[in-house]
Write a protein that binds this ligand. Structure first.
Ligand code: KE4
Length: 430
């Protein structure tokens, strides 16, 4: 039985150097107790911590690692790129290659701008939407998380939901006065707001499959309805596919549901684990982006060859039809088996998922929005999280995050996970 002594010592030291000892809040284990494990290496579906403990990993850097940790072709691409120089602040041929690759599965994206994070992609897309329409207001859904741009830290999901920080301090009211919040999966609420603020709304941004209050698919007709009513009101529709892109379907939610947004934001998978983001869509809108148009947006490391090559290698591998389908069927099997174990232990649990991402909500309510997601028993989640860690499975330390699968999550990894879950439930409720 390994200890976590070295992780604990490193965390104590980190807390004297960085706020909360972490580089991103959710990693601090605040919602689940205990102190985070410090990871030294990953290979395929597995990671190892500084104390030598090994885990099947479902965090996968919160989504980017569609082909698992340290895939040899991704590593080779990164090594080859870095050996020629890590960044030039100049054009390189791989930027267009990445855009072409994205367009093979998201063909309605006419133009794409590469940036360095999902937050940056969303910030830029909103600025562009406001410029293009000449309007200021935006609509977002309660529980959707679109990164930490000021105007979106309003009833956000992910770390904000976990930490119970619906509106972060430091965000001036003047910044959020133009942010209108509606419940996810409630089309009539959107129509009401569109009428109430007719002529004032630039865009609605939505996670087409919510991932930051846990995974919540759209109810039948929701996305089609959003497309119809935003078009009727001449409001742009932005799909934030930073998480869902290449995961709920090779072509993201827009391909899975056949609904074309005006703009799409991307991140995570297109960088294969290196910092990246992107926003794109209709050519007439994207033509407003500098230097072609007046909307300014820039980035020192945008399009750098190392991140772009890591993304290209990841998409080349991960979008292979058989590989992707195999991962999706492993995911469906895991979801089914987890649900049957919960039933066996009479633990109320909802499993929501699509493609290669899912969540287990410890509640007996069907989870369709933030209100129902927040009925989950987060204390029970914490107990199960810590037991899973003990039994060698690394989950995101929050009820409101997703389990991510990779092409490397084979039958052995799934079997290990199911045994761990059975023991964890036995410990928690047995
Ligand atoms: P980043 O700025 O973290 O690259 O992306 C922000 C973002 C935007 N849109 C969606 C739909 C997202 O899921 C995210 C980031 N996701 C979280 C995971 N829930 C990142 C994890 C973290 O904050 O540490």
């Amino acid at each position: 039985m390994h200890t976590h002594a070295r992780s604990q010592a490193l965390f104590a030291a980190a807390k004297t150097r960085m706020p909360g000892g972490v580089s991103s809040p959710v990693r601090a284990f605040k919602a689940v107790g205990g102190s985070p494990v410090f990871v030294t290496r990953g290979a395929g579906a597995w990671i190892e911590d500084v104390d030598g403990n090994r885990y099947v990993d479902y965090v996968l850097s919160y989504g980017p690692l569609l082909v698992g940790h340290a895939h040899e072709e991704v590593v080779a691409a990164v090594q080859d790129a870095a050996a020629k120089g890590t960044s030039f602040g100049a054009c390189n041929e791989y930027e267009s290659a990445l855009v072409d690759k994205v367009r093979t599965v998201m063909p309605r994206i006419d133009r794409l701008r590469l940036v360095n994070s999902g937050t940056e992609a969303v910030m830029s897309a909103l600025r562009l939407a406001r410029a293009f329409t000449g309007r200021d207001k935006i609509i977002k859904c309660a529980g959707n998380y679109h990164g930490h741009a000021d105007c979106l830290l309003v009833q956000a999901g992910s770390g904000v939901a976990t930490l119970g920080l619906p509106n972060s301090p430091g965000v001036p009211n003047s910044t959020v006065k133009d942010t209108l919040v509606v419940p996810f999966n409630d089309l009539s609420a959107v129509e009401t707001v569109l009428y109430q603020y007719a002529g004032q709304i630039a865009a609605m941004i939505v996670e087409p499959v919510a991932g930051n209050m846990g995974v919540i698919p759209p109810v039948n007709g929701y996305l089609e309805g959003l497309r119809r009513v935003t078009k009727e009101h001449d409001v742009l529709l932005i799909f934030d596919e930073v998480m869902t892109g290449f995961r709920v379907h090779p072509g993201g939610a827009q391909s899975l549901f056949g609904v074309t947004p005006d703009l799409t934001t991307l991140g995570k998978v297109i960088g294969g684990g290196l910092p990246i983001g992107a926003y794109g869509g209709r050519a007439d809108i994207m033509s407003w982006v500098a230097p072609e148009g007046p909307v300014y947006q820039a980035g020192t490391l945008s399009g750098n060859p190392v991140a772009v090559r890591a993304g290209l290698a990841t998409l080349d591998l991960g979008l292979n039809k058989d590989m992707w389908a195999g991962t999706a069927s492993q995911t469906a099997l895991l979801m089914e088996e987890l649900a049957s174990i919960a039933t066996r232990w009479s633990v109320p649990m909802q499993v929501n998922g699509l493609g290669t991402m899912f969540s287990c909500f410890f509640t007996d309510a069907a989870v369709t929005d933030w209100t129902t997601a927040s009925t989950s028993d987060t204390d029970l989640f914490a107990k199960i999280f810590n037991a899973m860690l003990k039994f060698g499975v690394h989950l995101a330390p929050s009820q409101y995050e997703a389990w991510f699968m990779s092409t490397a999550h084979d039958a052995a990894a799934v079997t290990h996970t199911l045994h761990a879950f059975d023991k964890a439930l036995k410990e928690a409720v047995g």
